[in-house]
Design a protein around this ligand. Structure first.
Ligand code: GUN
Length: 283
């Protein structure tokens, strides 16, 4: 049987319609502040995409564009003023920052209630605890929505995550555990990666590198989420996995592009709405 395509683009559209509907009923306009330092062209493209996404669903986005050579204290003062600004519901510092700026310090200075990326220790901890007030990291949240909204059973299943980043691998492992999967978290020091991948009924690959997981290891019928995105020399976008072999083995999988990527962007909108509501004690 042909595998099911876990279409993140279509699902994003559905969720954005839901978000817009809810935002239209509010008596206030949720606001996201975005800080972009320097002129990295990829970051500029990402940020303008986020601004466009916001406006389409009725979220106000305010871009703070800062010069590459800016002093860290000046960025910190801006974050502090956005933390104190009652109009601002979410704050996002676009990464990477120029190398003279300390990302951990600056991201860490965002008020946890406004941390719509879900990067802060508090939100990572609340995510680990399964606390409903967590602003969860956007990519892991998007992965879970892709599974649950496609009625993929999770409880009791063998889930294998490849990659242990704080933005994807570790929180995805936490969310799958909270959804009652039996989770193995693999990484660059894992011995015999193949033996783990072969057991996976749900496989999440967030290695950030092509060729770490060989698609021929995937068990027939597995559900596969490919978080990677890479541009080939031909200009074509591709994931961490070889999708030709993957399509022959998996029962369902995310395409690249059009799988996890649009979901990450949509979860930022969802988190901004959540932050806006919880700051006003709306459930
Ligand atoms: N740079 C690339 N992806 C992201 C993201 O999801 N959040 C932030 N803040 N920066 C990024």
């Amino acid at each position: 049987m042909a595998p099911k395509i876990l279409d993140g683009k279509a699902l994003s559209k559905t969720i954005r319609i839901e978000l817009k509907k809810e935002i239209d009923t509010l008596t206030f306009v949720p606001t996201l502040a975005v800080i972009l330092v320097g002129d990295d062209p990829a970051s500029a493209v990402y940020v303008s995409g986020k601004e466009r996404d916001c406006h389409k669903v009725g979220i106000n986005s305010i871009l703070h564009r800062l010069p590459a050579g800016i002093h860290e204290d000046t960025v910190r003062q801006l974050v502090s003023s956005l933390n104190d600004d009652p109009q601002v519901d979410g704050i996002l510092i676009q990464l990477p920052l120029p190398s003279h700026l300390d990302e951990d310090t600056l991201v860490g200075s965002i008020l946890p209630q406004k941390d719509v990326d879900g990067f802060l220790a508090v939100n990572q901890g609340l995510t680990l605890m399964g606390n409903p007030h967590a602003l969860q990291p956007c990519t892991p949240m998007g992965v879970m929505e892709l599974l649950t909204r496609n009625q993929i059973p999770i409880a009791g299943r063998e889930a294998v995550v490849v990659g242990r980043s704080m933005t994807v691998g570790k929180p995805v492992a936490a969310l799958l555990t909270n959804a009652n999967a039996t989770v193995t978290l693999c990484h660059s020091r894992t011995r015999n990666l193949q033996s783990h991948v072969e057991r996976a009924e749900i496989l999440v690959v967030a290695a950030g590198k092509r060729g770490v997981v060989d698609s021929s290891w995937i068990q027939p019928g597995a559900v596969v989420i490919d978080v990677g995105i890479h541009r080939l020399e031909s200009g074509e976008l591709t994931g961490d996995l070889d999708h030709t072999t993957l399509a022959d083995r998996a029962s369902a999988f995310t395409p690249v592009p059009g799988g996890v990527g649009p979901m990450t962007r949509t979860m930022l909108l969802k988190n901004t709405l959540k932050a806006a509501k919880s700051r006003r004690n709306i459930l």
